[in-house]
Write a protein that binds this ligand. Structure first.
Ligand code: ZN
Length: 99
C-alpha cells in the first residue's frame, strides 16, 4: 500500500465518521480529528522527503535556501528563487546504540 492509497483510505474513514457525529465533542468527532491529524502527518513527511530529494516543491530550486527558523521538530526554509516557505520535519531516528 502506498501513501496516496493510505491517505485516500483515511479520508474515506473521515467521511464515515462524519456521518455519525451528533455533537461537536462526541467520540466520532474525536475520531475524525485523530484521522485528520494522521493525514496531515503523512502529507508533511511526504513533502519533507520530497524537498530533500527534489528541492523546492514550487520551483525545483535545489541549492538556494535560507533557514528562517527551527525548533526541535521543524525547520523552516525560504526558497531564494521563488520565495516559498518550506517546513521540514526534523527526523530523529536511532542510528546506533552502544555500551
Ligand atoms: Zn522555490
Amino acid at each position: 500500500m502506498n501513501k496516496p492509497e493510505i491517505i485516500e483510505g483515511l479520508e474515506s474513514l473521515v467521511n464515515d465518521r462524519e456521518s455519525f457525529i451528533m455533537e461537536e465533542d462526541d467520540i466520532f468527532a474525536y475520531d475524525k480529528k485523530v484521522l485528520k491529524e494522521a493525514i496531515n502527518l503523512i502529507k508533511e513527511t511526504t513533502a519533507a522527503s520530497k524537498f530533500r530529494e527534489n528541492g523546492c516543491l514550487m520551483c525545483k530550486e535545489k541549492e538556494k535556501f535560507t533557514a528562517l527558523s527551527s525548533d526541535l521538530d521543524y525547520e523552516i526554509y525560504e526558497c531564494k528563487n521563488c520565495g516559498a516557505h518550506i517546513k521540514v520535519e526534523v527526523i530523529k531516528k536511532i542510528v546506533k546504540v552502544s555500551k
